[in-house]
Design a protein around this ligand. Sequence first.
Ligand SMILES: NC(=O)C[C@H](N)C(=O)O
Length: 360
Amino acid sequence: SPLIHSRATNTSYTNSNGLTFNHFNGSLPNVTILATGGTIAGTSDDKTATAGYKSGALGIDTLLSKVPEIFNVANIAAVQAHNVNSGDISSSLLLNLTHTLQTKVCDDPTMSGAVITHGTDTLEESAFFIDATVNCGKPIVFVGSMRPSTAISADGPMNLVQGVTVAADNDSRDRGALVVLNDRIVSAMFATKTNANTMDTFKAYEQGSLGFIVSNKPYFYYPAVQANAKHVVDVSNVDTVPRVDILYAYEDMQVDSIYSAVKNGAKGIVVAGEGAGGVSTDFGSAINDIATKQNIPVVLSHRTVNGEVPTADFTGEDAQTKIASGLFNPQQARILLGLLLAEKKDLKEIREVFLKATVA
Ligand SMILES: NC(=O)C[C@H](N)C(=O)O
């Protein structure tokens, strides 16, 4: 249970990690918010605009001032880590977030959990990264919004309150990182943005939601469990994540894209393959050439939203050169391959990690 401080309501309190809580109430759990920008912090002059607004325009303190109800749920230490459109989140920013979460949330016994506010476009990539790299059992909850803060029926304020509520809840522990939007709680390992515009966008189609929220009460369908495909990465000694490029497969795809990716510094390649990891015969030969001569891991993923790339599809030389992504979509596979390269895993070890997400 959360550590209770005996302090009066509405006082400000700075902890030993330098995090400041306003409206500190000793009987409530403590949650850190790391704000990174996105539409949840977006503004427009037009209240009906759900496009053409400015992403990452407001600071987290302004967003919190619109939802004072949040201070009935938890004490909040809010940190403006960044304020960007999520397309500008990079692996170096994510390494910093991991470090901050480890030192200021995981290692602090008085902290119940954390919320990351994030643009939704790449939220699933950051959530997958943090799920792999922060594993102390405390809930790390990603929230965003599809409507800017100025829109009629903006979804951000409710998502923020619900995210903090989930982060403060003991029942959320040991479930890996979570994504909370649109009243649903989804595993960060499987959540993907399924619609470019609407609020019901984050889904794990095959795995389903872990739970939902009504009147700010989270409900989980099952006790805490970890996914079979989970791979935990220790990045405490990692200062950069090697470049991994994603190449999208299609009819008439040319082989030069893979050569130029490697020439320009990619240390790993993920292919968003046709169906279950398919590419043309020529492109398949180019993969074999690159993998063999340059020792570059090439992971075959799927451009379909769902399904797995079975390792059984790769026989003969392909079994040596092509790594099946299993359940992971291209953007998840890119994060995982980058982290495995950062850990200096060899080809055999990389293959074994992806095999945990592979059925056949
Ligand atoms: N809904 C959003 O947050 C989209 C925005 N472009 C972002 O990802 O930062």
